[in-house]
Design a protein around this ligand. Structure first.
Ligand SMILES: [Zn+2]
Length: 338
């Protein structure tokens, strides 16, 4: 089968590798749509994956084969590659290990995953796709679950105001999840015009251009001089966490959703005097996947609105696409059609 194999620093090779087979209790999934995740782009950029790894964890497809003893699925069932309940003792280290460390426990998975024609999973791992959700949209269930997880971890309440810094794929999903959770007003900071437009289309009350305007001052102005109740940092670049702390209202909450790999300067005295709460959000839990698929089926979260004609690529275009995504980009979501 065709797969994009990670070979060395910032190098994929699209090549033929043996197709995986379903062992007992496992299923083979024929992948139709595989979304490119920012985490994979970072891993590519910083040369984190093991040589030989096939990355990609945001995919939708159909069950192509079932191993002995599989009762939950039959060939042809539509699934996304995650969201199943972990059996006892199989929880990932991000959830089960009290001292999880991404350097020693992250990106070590050399399993053949989503940037390939087929992948194999334990039968408990996938989730069924509701009929109302097409494959391209369903491939965004994982990032959607990340957004849902962040909003569910936050202190947002019905009628609350929200700031979202960064309207990349995760930011656009956080806007929608916050609205679905009852936010009265979502204010977004995003410089790229295409992303700003998508943010407006998906329910942002206002979009601040951080290169033209002062993000903190505008967030405060647009919330009657208070600042939003909750600010989500979905950009995670040098200045944004500081802006989130500066912009949020007194006794409000900052939620870090983006994954910054660099040091970020903070001046605590400027926000500790306003008793700001801070919360980190990492990944998602199975229930966040179920909630995401339901919200997509009900039309409360639109993944299709995050895609345009230029969003779709073939597996052969993966190398140049990743190289492009390493630089600041105006692209919305990129999906590999396999
Ligand atoms: Zn992801």
């Amino acid at each position: 089968m065709k797969a994009a194999v990670y070979r060395s620093k910032q190098r994929f090779e699209v090549t033929d590798i043996p197709a995986p087979e379903a062992g007992p209790g496992q299923v083979v999934i024929k992948i139709n749509s595989s979304a490119i995740c920012g985490t994979d782009v970072h891993a590519f950029m910083y040369d984190m994956p093991q040589p030989g790894a096939v990355l990609g964890h945001e995919f939708a497809g159909v069950i192509a084969a079932v191993g002995d003893g599989v009762t939950r699925w039959k060939v042809g069932d539509r699934v996304v590659g995650g969201g199943g309940d972990f059996p006892l003792g199989k929880e990932p280290p991000t959830r089960a290990h009290p001292r999880y460390n991404y350097r020693t426990m992250g990106f070590a998975d050399t399993r053949t995953r989503g940037y390939a024609e087929y992948t194999v999973l334990e039968e408990w791992a996938p989730s069924p796709i509701p009929d109302a959700v097409p494959d391209d949209a369903a491939s965004l269930t994982e990032p959607c679950a990340v957004a849902v997880h962040a909003v569910r971890r936050s202190a947002l309440r019905l009628g609350g105001t929200v700031g979202v810094i960064g309207a990349g794929p995760i930011g656009l999903l956080v806007i929608q999840a916050a609205r679905a959770a009852g936010a009265s007003k979502v204010i977004v900071a995003e410089p790229a015009p295409g992303r700003a437009e998508a943010a407006r289309a998906l329910g942002a009350a206002a979009v601040i251009d951080p290169f033209e305007q002062n993000t903190v001052e505008r967030m405060v102005e647009l919330t009657g001089g208070l600042g939003p109740d909750v600010v989500f940092d979905c950009a995670g670049i040098k200045t944004t966490l500081h802006q989130a702390f500066e912009g949020v209202r007194r006794a409000g909450e900052v939620v870090l959703v983006a994954v910054p790999w660099e040091e970020m300067p903070l001046r605590p005295v400027e926000w500790m005097t306003r008793e700001i709460d801070f919360r980190a959000s990492w990944g998602s839990d199975p229930e966040d996947w179920r909630i995401s698929l339901d919200l997509m089926a009900e039309g409360k979260i639109s993944a299709s609105a995050m895609m345009s004609d230029t969003s779709f690529i073939s597996l052969d275009e993966i190398q140049e696409t990743f190289e492009g995504l390493m630089k600041p980009t105006t692209q919305l979501q990129t999906v590999i059609r396999i």
